[in-house]
Write a protein that binds this ligand. Structure first.
Ligand SMILES: Cc1ncc(COP(=O)(O)O)c(C=O)c1O
Length: 381
């Protein structure tokens, strides 16, 4: 099939914020001309934290400069440090390892569940030692980690549970939103996320008032917000931007609708792709509890063949994390000796994600489905 630029369906669409451009300019003007001249951690950030808190039923929401920073602040607030071990998934994003190492602690990598692509609780349990301070599972692509089992494991092991829910806004499991299962959770608002924005930012969430107080101090150089230049803890600069807070407050009104549209696209993909497992293309587990509509990820033995086929059909795709964390040059020196992560490697080798965003048209969704099906059936002939 010939591909024209007009027809190509991008994976990362360049027009995510086009319909809100006026609101963005208005937010910039409003903050820029506000006599208060407060550009970080002002009243808009406080209102944004409050709005999230109310909509989620969370106890404490602390806005900060990114999802990575939120994880760093959480680990610091829990006093994770040298000599401590944190169990993290072997398949996932760099901050799962780097935030632990930045605290002087050691990431211990657990293998992946082959269906959900999240941390395998059985393997995690085998990795618990008397040095383990925390478990840090991550929700992956469109499926939440097995939080009931991980919660139970953390409680039995007497360790903290850090929920990397950076991607998982909009997901709930047994009625509890992603981010509220751990002793602390996080969201990322980087551009492509479910509640992405045109800038960097994130939040840490917690039901623990003392931990939340520490997080607030740690995001602003260990100060308590009342006494300037009094530093209670070794802190960070991880403050939230007022323009982004104003923009997110504006966008919050449409969040539910955008999540619903993403969910509908995921369901449609699943109802037309779930039967392809026998042809070597495996769709994510079908809908239901513990799902969220961030990225729709297939597993395919001939991943590169599928990728080339879709590209030739005008469908842009994305491959996340093609190398597992313990085999990355930066993290390999710290990886558990003799560790093996066969299913994480398998996920790294086979995953491929399809376009998914609220303004993806029905026609384009059908085109993506037809292209994937043509590949699967062509191979099976
Ligand atoms: C699972 C996960 N955790 C944490 C992060 C870090 O978030 P940020 O990019 O806002 O630092 C990401 C980034 O995409 C992520 O995918």
């Amino acid at each position: 099939m010939t591909v024209t630029t007009e027809r190509a369906i991008p994976f990362f669409p360049p027009d995510l914020f086009d319909t809100d451009r006026e609101a963005l300019l208005a937010a910039l003007y409003e903050v820029g001309t506000d006599p208060e001249q407060k550009f970080i951690l002002g009243r808009r950030t406080a209102r944004f934290e409050d709005a999230l808190r109310t909509s989620l039923g969370a106890d404490h929401v602390v806005a900060c400069s990114s999802g990575t920073s939120a994880l760093t602040l959480v680990l610091a607030a829990m006093d994770v440090g040298p000599g401590d071990e944190v169990i993290v998934p072997a398949f996932g994003c760099a901050p799962l390892a780097s935030t632990v190492l930045a605290r002087g602690a050691t990431p211990v990598f657990a293998d992946t569940d082959p269906v959900t692509l999240t941390m395998d609780p059985d393997h995690a349990e085998r990795l618990v030692t008397d040095r383990t301070r925390a478990l840090m599972p991550a929700h992956m692509f469109s499926v939440m980690a097995d939080m009931p089992r991980l919660r139970d494991l953390a409680t039995r092991a007497g360790v903290r549970l850090v929920e990397d829910s950076a991607l998982a806004q909009g997901g709930t499991l047994r009625g509890r939103p992603a981010g509220l299962w751990g002793d602390a959770g996080v969201y990322s608002f980087v551009q492509v996320k479910v509640f992405g924005m045109p800038g960097e930012g994130g939040v840490a969430l917690s039901g623990d008032a003392e931990l939340a107080d520490r997080l607030r101090m740690l995001r602003n150089h260990g100060q308590d917000g009342r006494h300037r230049f009094l530093h209670h803890r070794i802190g960070h600069n991880s403050r939230f931007d007022e323009v982004m807070a104003a923009f997110q407050l504006h966008r919050m009104a449409g969040l539910e609708e955008r999540v619903a549209r993403r969910t509908a696209i995921c369901s449609h993909y699943s109802s037309h792709l779930a039967d392809l497992a026998g042809c070597g293309v495996v769709a994510p587990p079908v809908g239901g509890d513990g799902r969220f509509p961030y990225v729709y990820t297939l597993l395919c033995e001939d991943r590169d063949g599928l990728r080339d086929h879709l590209a030739a059909s005008g469908v842009d795709t994305h491959v996340y994390y093609p190398r597992v964390l313990p085999e990355q040059p930066a993290f390999a020196p710290y990886a558990n000796r003799g560790g093996e992560w066969p299913r994480a490697r398998d996920a790294a080798r086979r995953n491929i994600s399809l376009p998914l965003y609220p303004h993806l048209t029905d026609e384009r969704v059908e085109h993506v489905i037809a292209a994937v099906r043509a590949f699967a059936h062509g191979r099976n002939r």
